[in-house]
Design a protein around this ligand. Structure first.
Ligand code: URA
Length: 430
């Protein structure tokens, strides 16, 4: 925490004119903003100056440190190596659900503090809350006890973690300063480092359904995230992964839980299995457990057993039927050919409009809403064949969901996609 004090206008001017902020300026401005001494309009101007001028690696590491210092650090007394995963957010990204119990079944402890969905990307907590009885809010003592007992916890972040980020993120949202690599990276890493895990694997998504639309942008974000983690003593690796089409077949809440359970029981879509195992391998390497083969543990059923214990520990009934929608609209192929585009953003917005996501923080979500894809890019389809099921409890939402899909589903005579490769595109290490 800085003891030196500055005038906010001088800090803003420094960055506006392309200068670099000193460690003391950063410590002061983040602390003063959190405590209401720096006004919202001053932080808006500074955020815009950072957006336009950028920050160097040391400024970003200090900015992240100041946001961590604005709140508490979770002190987890756990007797196994701790390792976490963070995804920058995508469509159908249910990977936390099979991954956390899998990595726990392999011998590490996974404290996964997650968020709720906003906009077209879903939230892990919204998905898990579709399981009857499951509870997202846990105390620090409950998190530590569950980590020691089960090895995996997926729960809501405690309010005291990086409060500066909560305030700044809300401001960025309304001042068009979200898409800045220094601001995104420090926002993500302040929360993850405050969570106290010794290792962190970042799943940086790239493509239409992601924050970062191009590979170059995603790589730049991944490198910045890895640099911040390393500067703060957290063993950090990033995977760049494809988000041009939804992960798996299910997009929504309960439908994604069902697909995750399929993976844990030895079935499920190939891309979800591949990404879960790839991320698990990276996490186990950081936890010093690279001799354990996550694919074998997944096949053995032990990850499913851990899932059952993890859900029960938080009050959920893993055997209870999941919510079903009152209305299903079937979207059919308009012609014969090959499905060459099933656009992640289009499907994500459709699922959101059907009720799976929320427009404003605090809104409710429909647990049964979402999109169930019945084909993947590269599949040969015939006219009239069901391609997508639109699930909702509010059938009035169907026309706007169909409008979101306009242009997002393309059937061609031949498979003209430039790449039809693996879900993992690159690995970035320190
Ligand atoms: N997720 C975050 O936590 N922060 C950002 O700025 C963007 C995505």
């Amino acid at each position: 925490m800085g003891t030196e004090s500055f005038a906010a206008v001088d800090v803003i001017r420094t960055k506006r004119d392309g200068g670099r902020l000193s460690d003391a300026q950063i410590a002061w401005v983040v602390d003063a903003y959190t405590n209401g001494v720096v006004a919202e309009e001053q932080m808006s101007a500074l955020a815009m100056a950072i957006f336009i001028r950028g920050m160097d690696a040391q400024e970003i590491a200090r900015w992240t440190g100041a946001m961590i210092d604005s709140g508490e650090r979770l002190a987890l007394d756990v007797d196994r190596p701790t390792v976490d995963k963070h995804s920058t957010g995508g469509v159908g990204d249910k990977i936390t659900l099979p991954l956390a119990p899998l990595v726990a079944a392999c011998g590490a402890a996974v404290p996964q503090l997650s968020g709720r969905g906003l906009g077209h990307t879903g939230g892990t907590l919204d998905k898990l809350e579709s399981i009857p009885g499951w509870r997202a809010e846990l105390s620090t003592a409950e998190i530590a006890a569950q980590l020691n007992d089960v090895g995996a916890v997926v729960c809501a972040a405690t309010k005291g973690l990086a409060p500066a980020d909560r305030k700044l993120y809300a401001l960025r949202d309304v001042t068009s300063t979200v898409e800045s690599i220094p601001l995104i990276a420090s926002s993500i890493m302040s929360k993850k480092i405050a969570e106290g895990s010794a290792g962190l694997v970042l799943d940086v998504k790239c493509g239409s359904g992601a924050f970062m639309k191009t590979r170059d942008q995603a790589r730049a974000l991944a490198r910045t995230l890895v640099e911040i983690g390393t500067a703060h003593g957290v063993a950090t690796t990033a995977l760049l992964t494809d988000m041009s089409t939804p992960l798996g077949y299910a997009v929504g809440n309960a439908v994604e839980v069902a697909e995750s359970v399929d993976v844990l029981r030895g079935g499920g879509p190939a891309d979800v299995i591949a990404l879960t195992v790839a991320l698990a391998r990276e996490m186990l390497a950081l936890a010093g457990l690279s001799e354990v083969d996550p694919a074998a543990v997944l096949a053995s059923g032990r990850a499913y057993e851990t899932w059952v214990r993890m859900i029960r520990a938080q009050g959920g009934d893993p055997e209870a039927p999941l919510p079903k929608p009152s209305h299903i609209h079937v979207f059919e192929a308009g012609r014969d050919g090959i499905l060459t585009t099933l656009d992640a953003y289009a499907v994500g917005v459709a699922a959101w409009r059907l009720g799976a996501g929320r427009a404003r923080p605090g809104d409710g979500v429909q647990y049964a809403a979402g999109v169930l894809c019945r084909a993947k890019p590269g599949d040969r389809v015939t006219a009239g064949q069901p391609l997508l099921e639109l699930h909702t409890d509010t059938p009035d939402a169907v026309p706007s969901a169909l409008a979101a899909l306009d242009g997002g589903v393309v059937i061609s005579d031949s498979d003209n996609r430039p790449t039809a490769g693996d879900v993992v595109l690159e690995t970035i290490r320190p």
